[in-house]
Design a protein around this ligand. Structure first.
Ligand code: TYD
Length: 205
């Protein structure tokens, strides 16, 4: 099973995934937890992540999209496909939908172009389930504003974040069978409860 998490920066994704990791460990599930860009299992991926996220780097939008796609291809080859072949559950923090949204809408490349690039690199490998932590733009901005900008995406302007917000809504509608949407404006405990409910049902545990 291939499960991905998506959400705006500030959606609470990182802490929910951390809690999910402890839950799956307790349940004795055979799983791999990874992320994009820059899987912790691949030093080459970490190098691509550095290029993509360093604040001082300037990348044309299509170059950015291709670097995310290059990382995704390597990630599939080295980590995701081998783990799935060993019947492991793969949990991935961000995947193809982040590119459709951030590059397609955020960077204005257009979703069609980004989708074509990504269908080539993934050979059509979509997740079985995608959990979208849906935080309002207002709350997302509030949560991000309280932190110091750490990477190239956190220094983007409000319009970029608005396009990402609208982009996620469109992408969720494009794949209604795969997406489960959770209201991430609620308290973290409630968000986590909903995540667990979905995961338990999906993994039949
Ligand atoms: P990261 O520090 O991992 O942020 P987060 O904790 O929010 O996931 O940085 C990842 C950033 O890269 C995030 O702002 C979204 C962006 N991104 C894209 O623009 N396109 C992509 O395909 C992926 C995977 C991530």
């Amino acid at each position: 099973m291939f499960i991905t998490f998506e959400g705006q920066d500030g959606s609470g994704k990182s802490s929910i995934i951390k809690k999910l990791k402890s839950f799956l460990e307790k349940e004795g599930i055979n799983f791999v937890l990874t992320r994009e860009p820059g899987s912790p299992y691949s030093k080459e991926s970490k190098q691509i992540r550095d290029i993509l996220l360093k604040k001082e780097n300037v990348l044309p939008p299509l170059t950015e999209a291709l670097l995310f796609a290059a990382d995704r291809r390597m990630h599939l080859n080295k980590i995701i496909i081998p783990a799935l072949n060993q019947n492991k559950v793969v949990i991935c923090d961000r995947y193809i939908d982040s590119s459709l949204v951030y590059q397609g809408f955020g960077r204005n490349i257009g979703i069609d172009k980004v989708k074509i690039i990504n269908e080539i690199v993934t050979e059509g490998k979509y997740p079985d389930l995608t959990i979208f932590l849906d935080v309002s733009l207002k709350n997302s901005l509030k949560r991000i504003d309280s932190r110091e900008a750490q990477d190239r995406f956190e220094i983007t302007n409000k319009n970029f974040k608005k396009r990402v917000d609208e982009g996620y809504k469109k992408v969720v509608k494009m794949f209604p069978n795969r997406f489960k949407v959770i209201d991430s404006n609620q308290k973290e405990e409630l968000v986590f409860e909903e995540v667990i409910k979905i995961i338990k049902k999906f993994l039949k545990i």
